[in-house]
Write a protein of this length. Sequence first.
Length: 292
Amino acid sequence: MSQSDPSAPAAIVPPAPRHEGPLELRQLIEWLAQDRVISPAEAQRTIARCAQAASRQPPLVRLANVAMTRESDGKPLDLELLTQWLAERAGLAYLRIDPLKVDVGKVADTMSAAYAERHKVLPVQVGPAEVVVATAEPFLTDWIAEVERQSRRTVRRVVANPGDIQRYTAEFFALAKSVRAAQKSGGNAGGASFEQLVELGKSNRPLDANDQSVVQVVDWLWQYAFDQRASDIHLEPRREQGVIRFRIDGVLHPAYQMPMGVMNAMVARIKLLGRMDVVEKRRPRCRRTSAP
């Protein structure tokens, strides 16, 4: 089962089984047994075990936590393997979301965060005629017509694991909101002291237009770079849009594009964190700061 590239042409896939509505735990277990992914005995044990306690977790996440094993080779069925199986079951392509390949600004323009959370979907690529949308509920399709009408693009669905969709929905829309707020306010971080900036950066409050948006964007930059195991962060000014790139395993990868007003404010904040001269722009400077 291979990973899908959202930029590749849609592959011919078998028709999806006749099923409508949200995923149900017992139905998933029965399908796993029908497809000989798990043995009938494993299916019965899993049904009995899951019946002992209720859970608000998505069914696929819950199944990943009960330590089932694949019948063919005894390999543990983790969330990624279960998602790959579900994609094949539904007749859709599977995608492991790579945040470095997602244009966060376009994602946020396609639908609202509330809409994405309600339908458990996340746009991952927006083209001139097509929007690729990751879903954890492949048999819920009532949202497709509305997205196609609003975006004026054809929707192509891919299946991604519900944990990634939940995580990146929160991150992508929060980042886009913060960048917009910073741009609206002129991208000015203000005259906050070093200590105030650090303390504000430690807060886990939801992003809001009244927050120090630039501070939040820079904190996202640190966390994002740590998550991607980047060795270098490049902030590259351009005429209209600044480019952020991460060096990962020796290769530079585009991470995000920022309006130049926001990028200038980000650079000023980074200088403050490193206790550098904010006014000096010509000479190379080298300082260190600790992560919160």
